[in-house]
Design a protein around this ligand. Sequence first.
Ligand code: NI
Length: 170
Amino acid sequence: MTRLSVLQYPDPRLHTVAAPVQLVNEDIRRLVADMTQTMYALDGIGLAATQVDVHLQIIVLDVSERRNRLQVLINPSIIKMGGKAEFEEGCLSVPDVYESVRRAAWVHVRALDLNGKTIDVQAEGLKAMCIQHEMDHLQGMVFVEHLSPTNQRRILNALSKQGRRSNSRA
Ligand code: NI
């Protein structure tokens, strides 16, 4: 397994729309294993293939405390969603930024698993938030883009200052 590097916002590649996986084969399973290792290594609760610059509809997530409930969703689509919830979200592609985003409180998702079999997943709470956040990535959308233009500018300014600081240390 390989730990993959994660694209950092505002990298324009994060705006790529992912294509559906045509066939769940060994290459896809290897990619999922690498994405899983990367997510756990960085202590994330979810990761979309878009974030590792692979533009296929694949997400991995694990919102469990013990980090032992991996969920892999290939070609996920939302069948039904409802309610309203708001969570403080973060993203492996947007370091040190946590912002509240309003989303559906529950989702019913259909996807393929690692064997190419269709699965139905019902989720609520943190898991529902995470699925919606990762599915946004597959559409080329980063969570901060749900915020007002003023807040987005504030975040971009803060990130560019962070960048300058780290450059000056190099
Ligand atoms: Ni994210």
